[in-house]
Structures are given as C-alpha cells and as structure tokens.
Design a protein around this ligand. Structure first.
Ligand code: ATP
Ligand code: MG
Ligand code: MG
Ligand code: MG
Length: 339
C-alpha cells in the first residue's frame, strides 16, 4: 500500500520562502507509485493552509492569510504514515514542530526534539560541541534580551574577541540577521538587527584568515554515514542571503579540492557532531577551513538543510551515489524506523 505522507512547508521563520523552494522539489521527487503526498503550507502567521491555498502558495511563493491554527490541524495529521517537515529555521527546524508530531504519535523525517532544538541554537550547539572536543571559532555567550548587560560590557566582550567579528541571531538560518562587524562603531546596529529576530544573540570571532567553506552531508539514524565533502566559493564579504539565493553568485565544488586528510577529518567531525547533538535522519554540517594554518573549525549543523534539487545537501548525497528521488525515499524510510 502507498504510504501517506504529509509534507509541511513554509512556516513562520525568516526562511519561509526558502522552505517553499525546497518543498516544491521534494514534492516533485517523492515517487508517486510509493507515496500519496499531501502538501500543507504553513503561513507566516502560523496557520495551516487548506489545499487550494497551499497549491497557490507553492506555485507563487506567496502564502495567503487564513487557514487553521496548528493545534486544530495536528489531530488530523493522524491519518498519515509520516510527516516530511521541510521547514527551515524557528517554528520548524527547532524542535517545536517535532514536539507536536511526537505528541501526536506520527513519525517524521529528521531529528527529534532534542537534536533539532540544540542544533538550531548556535550557542547550545557550540557548548555541546566544545564538550565533545570539536574545534570551533572563539565566541561569546549570547547576550540575552532582558539580561540588561550594559553596552560597555557588550563592547568589552566584542573587543576581547577582536574585530572583525560576526553577530548572529542564535536561532536562524540562511544568514538572515547576520552581520560582519568590522569595528566597534558598527556593533550597535548589528546587535539591533540580531535582537529584532531573536532574544538570544551570539558574537563570534572571525577565523584567523578568510576561511574556505566546506560542507558535509550526513544521512542515517543510529549508523549515520558521511557524504563526500563539498565546497562553496563566492565573491562576497561572506556567504550572505543574497549570495546564497541569487543564481550564479556562488559555485559548488563536489568533491572539494582539499587534501585527503582534511576531507577525512571533516567527515569524521561531521559524524561526531551528528552523534553529540543527537541528530537523526539527516544533517548538513558546515566547516571553516583555514588553509594557511590547516585549521578545520566546525561552524554549524543544519538539521533541515536547503533541499532544492540544486542545493548542497542533495548534491552531496548524489555524489555518494544516491539520486534526489532515492534520497527523499530513504529519508521517509529512516523516519519510519524505530529510533
Ligand atoms: P545556513 O543557511 O547554512 O543555515 P546560517 O544562517 O546558520 O546559515 P552561518 O552558517 O552561521 O549562518 O553563517 C553564514 C555565513 O557567514 C557563513 O557561511 C560564513 O560565510 C560567514 N561566517 C559566519 N560566521 C563566521 C565566522 N565566525 N568566521 C568567518 N566567517 C563566518
Ligand atoms: Mg545554519
Ligand atoms: Mg540552516
Ligand atoms: Mg551556514
């Protein structure tokens, strides 16, 4: 019998549009002889849109207002064998939707509550990975809204890290809200932007030299495997939103042209991080490689990485021998495994 799959897309985060792009590709690739797929777009207001509005949103990229409250819909998700939450960022990739589906007793693709929540939050990720001995950039504890740190104290933290530094909302993706700050004069504006998107903000030292950016795909539950290593090159200050999503701005290199020892280290660290963070199903683990010093620093773990047919994660798994359509099928199988 065909498996009934609920495909969730859109969502309330700053990555709503990116999610719609990913979802279109997944929807087109789930083999129709095996799966009966129902897409539901979640509007930016957090409402689950009915079929016609969902199709409109997938076609145009614009989600209408209206729809049902999430809790009304969760119960009706019961008729499905599995959910594919192709949602990026908060209220989707961060354990919230995963908690809802766990309560409803429906298997789903990807990490559970713990792995999703810890991997989404850059501060928590860094703390867990530090305790696992995984090399990372220096960083300062999130300054939390409401902690009432004086602006001077924040400036001191920043000065201790040294400029340029990165200011990021702790829980986001697609570089939304991230600033590269070249001196104290730009700090306030960067903090204001990050705090407008999150109550937790992280300051990160920049790598000693401009890094090369390597990414590894991980697939599996209890016996995860690492893909070949990919690299992104681009002509911009850093890999920002525009560079990520404007056609032709970034180039993907698979496999990355790095020494075999570096690639092996990246794959090993990716698997270590996947386990340390209690991830499941899939993750894309991103690294900074400083060629001059040989340093390989783990930047972050994305538990629901960009998933269009040209996105890095599916391309990495393709290099490992799995076509896009085999990959989405495998992910549903992994969701249905006991874990
Ligand atoms: P994603 O879309 O992969 O989820 P994100 O929004 O979580 O991304 P990061 O990966 O943390 O953001 O940072 C975005 C980009 O900013 C990196 O790919 C890199 O180009 C640059 N960057 C971030 N932090 C640093 C750092 N500490 N040193 C050097 N470059 C950095
Ligand atoms: Mg990220
Ligand atoms: Mg991300
Ligand atoms: Mg990233």
């Amino acid at each position: 019998m065909k498996k009934r799959i609920l495909l969730l897309a859109g969502g309330q985060s700053g990555e709503h549009e990116v999610s719609l792009m990913s979802a279109r590709s997944v929807l087109a690739a789930l083999p129709v002889d095996q799966f009966d797929v129902t897409p539901v777009v979640i509007s930016k207001e957090g409402r689950w849109l009915p079929p016609t509005q969902t199709l409109h949103a997938l076609e145009t990229g614009e989600a209408a207002t209206g729809g049902d409250l999430v809790l009304h819909r969760a119960a009706s998700a019961e008729g499905y064998d599995a959910v594919f939450p192709i949602l990026h960022g908060p209220m989707g990739e961060d354990g919230t939707v995963q908690g809802l589906l766990t309560l409803a007793g429906i298997p789903f693709v990807g990490s559970g509550v713990l792995g999703s929540a810890v991997s989404m939050d850059k501060v928590m990720t860094k703390q867990v990975l530090a305790s696992a001995g995984i090399p990372q950039v220096r960083w300062a504890l999130a300054i939390r809204r409401g902690w009432q740190q004086t602006p001077d104290a924040v400036r001191e933290q920043a000065a201790a890290l040294g400029y340029p530094l990165f200011v990021k909302p702790a829980n986001l993706g697609s570089s939304v809200g991230i600033s590269k700050v070249s001196g104290p004069g730009e700090l306030d504006q960067a903090l204001e932007l990050a705090f407008s998107l999150d109550r937790r903000v992280i300051l990160e030292a920049m790598t000693s030299h401009r890094p090369r950016e390597l990414e590894v795909g991980v697939l599996g539950n209890d016996a995860p495997v690492a893909s070949p290593v990919g690299e992104l090159s681009f002509d911009a200050e850093f890999y920002d939103y525009e560079t990520k999503y404007t056609e032709g701005r970034a180039t993907m290199h698979i496999p990355a042209l790095v020494p075999a020892e570096v690639a092996a280290r990246a794959r090993d660290l990716a698997l270590q991080a996947f386990r340390a963070l209690d991830c499941a199903g899939l993750a894309r683990v991103d690294f900074f490689y400083v060629e001059a010093t040989g340093e390989l620093l783990l930047n972050e773990v994305n538990t629901m990485p960009g998933f269009t047919t040209t996105s890095m994660y599916p391309k990495l798994l393709e290099a490992a021998g799995l076509s896009y359509s085999d990959l989405v099928t495998r992910l549903v199988e992994l969701a249905l495994e006991q874990r």
